[in-house]
Design a protein around this ligand. Structure first.
Ligand code: PFF
Length: 466
């Protein structure tokens, strides 16, 4: 049967698109402040272990499922399981995409606004004044109109790229933006290291202090491993479905992990060298980027340029990730419902933008309207997706391979396109089996822990007394 499905134009194009999905707000915004609040390098070590033990097998699993079926998640699970209930894992992925993009787009809009804010010299008035910077940020996000304008702009760019197609849209955008992100980050790292006192930031990020590591930081590191690699909602199944049989999945997956990790480390280094050089607080949490950095950039030489470049790469990283999230939904409607790319992208892009508006308003006029558990709609969607939906989706994907698809078929799919055959297949099979069992087990335990805490107010680790 002839395959009419659009394919990536080149191997490099695919690796850049997949790492463009992985590299996003998670790397530049979330990782540095998580590390900052959870023991710096100690957190980084746990996070890296999670990436290798849990992230790698699930990433390989998703890519293999996608390439094998040449379908997006719902169709892929349906095809491999003879239309049994496993297709619901695919639906979970499509729903997670909807939930994540609803708040991701809002933060994407903020990055765009801060790029222009810096470009027009807006940070100058905030120099060294963290109180007014925090106030300006909070006034902005709680405004009913301003953030919605930037959200619409961000989502329009996202839809524009997707409508242009896999090769001329998604791949082309990643080919342009990813190298720019890497080059600018390296320049920012050099700048940070050249500042007096900046090297203290390196020590903070790379010298482990295990005493600062708590069980909850381990949970956080695991959840973040899924989020940062875009796992658990079928993004990599979708991207894998545009791959040809001649691609080496193992080396591609390793490239995605390496690029994602290097970029997170570069972002952490750039931020903490600058933060330490200027004597700011490294553990200031989510506000580190939008509240603290604008007070610091004006204090370093060429601050307008550095600040603008920083927020510009944050925006590009967010955009390439947002594109991959919306593509999960678009490809579902193309594959399963026969819709055109334009119809699927516009219908759901607009719908998500509308839900995003409610997210944004949940920090403004709708602030008093708390959904459940007394948190805003925006925080609710964030928690729901990164703590539950993605890890559950990832664990179910691992379970699907173990119990339905079979690790042997999975291995055969991975080995298509691998040139060297100098390895023990039996050993590899057992190794993959162990990794998949460990990842579904760890994730299962952690989700149980979270649910326990949510409903009974006490986590399993507290009950167990450690
Ligand atoms: N990996 C992206 C980040 O680190 O910001 C976020 C993300 C993209 C999560 C795509 C999930 C996803 F499917």
């Amino acid at each position: 049967m002839k395959n009419n499905r659009e394919q990536w134009g080149s191997r490099l194009g695919f690796i850049l698109a997949a790492s463009g999905s992985a590299v996003g707000l998670g790397n530049i915004w979330k990782y540095p402040h998580m590390a900052g609040q959870n023991g710096g390098a100690a957190f980084t070590i746990v996070y890296l272990i999670c990436i290798l033990i849990v992230g790698l097998p699930v990433l390989l699993g998703e890519l293999a499922i996608g390439r094998n079926t040449q379908l997006s998640p719902v169709g892929a699970f349906k095809k491999l399981s003879n239309a049994s209930y496993w297709k619901w894992v695919g639906f979970l992925g499509v729903s997670s995409a909807f939930v994540i993009l609803s708040f991701y787009g809002v933060v994407g809009g903020w990055t765009l606004r801060y790029t222009f804010f810096s470009l027009f010299g807006g940070f100058d008035a905030l120099s060294g004044n963290s109180d007014s910077s925090a106030k300006i940020f909070s006034l902005f996000v709680s405004n009913d109109i301003n953030p919605i304008f930037w959200l619409i702009l961000f989502m329009s760019l996202c839809m524009f790229i997707i409508i242009k197609g896999v090769k001329s849209g998604i791949e082309q955008a990643a080919k342009i933006m990813m190298p720019i992100i890497i080059v600018i980050l390296i320049l920012l790292v050099i700048k940070g290291l050249s500042l007096e006192g900046g090297k203290k930031g390196l020590k903070f990020l790379f010298m482990p202090k295990f005493s600062d590591l708590t069980p909850s930081s381990i949970v956080m590191a695991l959840g973040h491993a899924f989020f940062t690699l875009s796992l658990g909602m079928g993004t990599m199944i979708t991207y894998g479905s545009y791959l040809g049989k001649n691609q080496n999945l193992i080396s591609s997956a390793l490239w995605v992990i390496i690029l994602d990790t290097i970029i997170a480390m570069l972002a952490g280094t750039a931020i903490f060298t600058i933060v330490f050089a200027m004597g700011a607080d490294p553990s200031s949490g989510p506000g580190l980027i939008f509240e603290v950095l604008p007070t610091i950039f004006p204090q370093i030489g060429g601050g307008v340029i550095w600040g603008t470049l920083f927020f510009f790469i944050l925006f590009m990283a967010a955009l390439t990730s947002a594109v991959s999230i919306l593509e999960v939904i678009t490809s579902y409607f193309i594959d399963q419902k026969g819709w055109t790319r334009e119809r699927a992208t516009l219908s759901f892009g607009i719908l998500i933008t509308i839900v995003g508006m409610f997210c944004s308003l949940s920090m403004g006029s709708f602030n008093d309207f708390k959904i459940i558990f007394n948190i805003s709609f925006m925080d609710f969607l964030d928690e729901l997706s990164s703590k539950y939906m993605l890890p559950i989706g990832g664990a179910l994907t691992a379970l699907f391979i173990l119990s339905k698809w079979s690790v042997k078929t999975f291995l055969d799919e991975i080995l298509v396109g691998v040139q060297t055959r100098k390895f023990d297949k039996g050993l590899l099979l057992n190794f993959l089996k162990v990794l998949l069992i460990v990842s579904s087990f760890i994730v299962g335990l952690i989700i149980l822990n979270e649910l326990f805490e949510l409903f009974f107010g006490s986590s399993l680790q507290k009950i167990a007394g450690f």
